[in-house]
Design a protein around this ligand. Structure first.
Ligand SMILES: [Zn+2]
Length: 157
């Protein structure tokens, strides 16, 4: 990823600012694929609601992180030590099963694939960290490892 660009407001596909455009985009594609483009408005709206465990900018951002190792597979290999990949897969499958059995408070969409699970669980992590720690301590631990890694492993986003 070559950078993160924050635009002051929503914009359309050609990156022209437009308030009326119903197709508001918060993530760049095409020539902007390697850049994360967010509109300030979308970020503000997402971070305003502190109780719904839902955050679209975080969701998109996590997909980009997931993609950095070349594969969008729900396994952020560059962010975990290798020794955490197997436990992460195991935990992820256990949590996805709970979602699909309707016994989880993690958003249903997280049960559709590993990729979506990683993104949806990360939304929860950033929106309701205390609740996640209480209800899913293992998941909280793994995501903490992923997002608060030692400096030596920090990537230049
Ligand atoms: Zn997604």
């Amino acid at each position: 990823m070559s950078g993160i660009i924050v635009y002051p407001d929503s914009f359309n596909e050609e990156l022209q600012f437009s308030d009326k455009d119903k197709n508001k985009r918060i993530l760049g594609t095409g020539p902007f694929e390697k850049q994360m483009i967010l509109s300030k408005k979308a970020i503000r709206l997402a971070f305003n609601n502190k109780t719904d465990k839902h955050n679209t900018p975080v969701h998109k951002f996590v997909h980009l992180l997931d993609k950095m190792d070349g594969e969008i597979d729900g396994v952020p290999e560059l962010f975990f030590g290798k020794e955490y990949i197997a436990p992460w897969l195991e935990l992820m499958h256990k949590e996805m099963e709970a979602i699909n059995n309707d016994t989880s408070d993690i958003r249903k969409y997280g049960g559709t694939s590993q990729t979506e699970f990683f993104a949806v669980a990360s939304e929860y992590f950033f929106e309701r960290p205390k609740l996640l720690k209480q209800k899913h301590p293992e998941l909280y631990k793994m995501l903490s490892l992923c997002f608060q890694q030692p400096k030596s492993k920090t990537l230049n986003l």
